[in-house]
Design a protein around this ligand. Sequence first.
Ligand SMILES: *Cc1c(COP(=O)(O)O)cnc(C)c1O
Length: 875
Amino acid sequence: MRAIRRFTVRTVLPEPLAALAELAANLRWSWHAPTRELFAAVDPGQWEAVGCDPVRLLGAVRTERLAALAADGRFTARIADAAANLHAYLTEPKWYQSLTDAPRSIAYFSPEYGITAVLPQYSGGLGILAGDHLKAASDLGVPIIGVGLLYKHGYFRQSLSRDAWQLETYPLIDPDNLPLTKVREPDGTALRVTIGLPGLRELVAQVWLAQVGRVPLLLLDTDIEENADGGREITDRLYGGSSEHRLHQEMLLGIGGIRAVRAYCRITGVPQPEVYHTNEGHAGFLGVERIRELTEESGLDFAAALSAVRAGTLFTTHTPVPAGIDRFSHDLVAENFGGDNQSPAVQMEHVLGLGAEDYPGGDPGCFNMAVMGLRLAQRANGVSVLHGAVSREMFGGLWPGFDSPEVPITSVTNGVHAETWVHPAVFELVERELGPGALGEDPFAAVDRLSDKAIWEIRCVLRAALVEEARQRVKDSWIARGASEAELGWTADVLDPDVLTIGFARRVPSYKRLTLMLRDRERLTSLLLDPQRPIQLVIAGKAHPADEGGKRLIQELVRFADEHKVRHRIVFLPNYDMAMAQTLLPGCDVWLNNPLRPLEACGTSGMKAALNGGLNLSIRDGWWDEWFDGENGWAIPTANGVDDPDRRDELEASALYELIEASVSRRFYDRDAAGLPTRWIEMVRHTLSTLGPKVLASRMVRDYVRQLYIPAAASARAVTADGYSGAIELSQWAQRIKSSWPQLQIEHVDAVADSDGNGEGAPRLGGTLHVRALVQLGSITADDLEVQAVYGRVDETDQLRDTHAVALERNGVDDLGRARYEGVVELDRSGPFGYTVRAVPKHPLLSTAAELGLAVLPTEVTVSTSGDGENNFMR
Ligand SMILES: *Cc1c(COP(=O)(O)O)cnc(C)c1O
């Protein structure tokens, strides 16, 4: 029988247990093991049964049990301790409180958040990164407000059919049964946020608050009665549905999200954000909404409002894979931002212009959310050093006139949240070995004090925990695939707690190459079954529901793993999620990653492995390109430059087998008299102590604060002061510069090499080059301009590489009204050297000279670098 209505009866906790409700409501329990242990102690059996979910636990515990606990003085004292600990965590000053000039608050927008498996509002790395960002911000006291959507179905649960095809189920989530509370107006009514849709329709959302330690996360939800005509379904699932459905989700996230932040700050007294961080393109409409606010509330025109918004906005791009970038048809966006839904000062054309691919190679019919993100943000970044470089190349068309190294996209390498990703057994074993509190202020320094034996014991405990869990999951999966218990005795022995364990788990887009390892099945089989040095593989990952190709890869892999001969050494575990990752990653000796370089923007799972003493075996892509040092794991050689993808896969797969056979497994099985793999342990120790501090989300968030949030707040303050006079001035100035730019010309350049002071010989190291230029300014005033000598190495085609720029000094005006510039370049490098002169716009409110994408280079040049004193300047 089907219920016609459902609701949740909340447990009323006896007074002495009341603090348990508070502890359950703040998601800090998800990274605070003592709080989780407290909940487990409420009812260990139920705790497992409810999937380690405090809210569900409190709903499930029997009244008698609660009464007994309420009468148990030791237990209530534990609750009081935990509550005091949470209170201190929420109120004590942290790192951020010691900064000056930091933004009063920061809004962080993301389409998905991975905070705990209990809140399945993420599909993969992007969401988990957002969750880790909020958690680390909370730990550091950074005043962030997270904004996202609450998807009624969350992300799908994966299972397998008998013939290894991915099946998806979308469990309904019930917000009343989750650690969420409704945001309410002071009068108690639930907050409503409304956005306009075409045809005078309105979409209404309620707003849920998830408290992530100190950080509030606002989640918009349209599943309410006010929304007729399909509006309720807009937040039905993550990345689901048609293009229009996704656009409406993104309008709600960006526009509705800003409105939710405004209301939340008004209700709670939290200061309005000074900085807005767009985590990937999906939330880009937040900039459009802020422009609308400024035009309507402060009377700015579109251009001035755009300048004001840009100053305080940061855009983080997360993928170089074209298919990973959100694009909509021009017409669809026009329909949604035009007509009845158009705001008077933000015309449809304005919005369309922001996302237009109006650069060479762009598609005029497309509206590109990443391009809009970049146009709406004065600061932008990629998520590893390599990805920063790839993004500068990829989006360089937006800054014509500049070589890609100067494109204003920087990078902040991702990190992972240690308390979420380090297995609790690691902390326990370290404290047992070194005494309580040994991890103290600098946990990575403790690594040196651990014996080889202790390190190895940790690794063996984590591996054994994975093996145990994998056996259960393999068995459950076979039952779901239709096997009977009786046939599944063998699953009790899959995997071996003493065998070298290699893990591979992540989403299954094609560039991640799930099946690269299957390239030569015989070779893989012999590695798995090697009598002396066997390996075992644990694999997991979800394919996007619409990705048939990805599902075929999973099927291919599972079919191989099903084979009788190897099934005890290779397993595919369905339904990869945070809960699985928290056992799987720590348990693997080696974490394998073989993306098609350079398509993995950063990758974070290998960082989680490293924090648990796992060694990475990876293509040099994303973060591994930056931090592989020869001793902390292995780099799989890439066949760069081999264009045939098939051939490339073959070369890289064969390099992978070779590495495993010749290096990885030898080292793992090379044991001393005490049975310890000392050289392996050395690598683990090195990984923990040198990679550990780098891969942390706390390092990442500090980087964001120092390198991007603080400068963005300074820019925002500069343009908003005095009734936005800076924004108005900057926008008018930029318009003037753009219109007079075509008249600007560098008419003449020359240079004299000052060789060794006695006038002899060609340019030499340590000498200088005296550069001079004549610039026809047209209607631009000299103060609006910087004329630079740009110099560096030159390649075979005379392209400048590793360039530096020095500003030349203005030195008078000639009879023809041309400004004279000169300056000195140090010849600090031997070998092929080149230079040019360039004029770029200059204004104190620009963040870089490249910002407007305007640069003028000489057209026709006369150059003398001969050092012969012969000077053709101004002849
Ligand atoms: C860390 C993590 C990811 C991201 O993995 P990548 O290797 O960076 O793609 C995806 N899913 C889950 C469940 C994770 O924990």
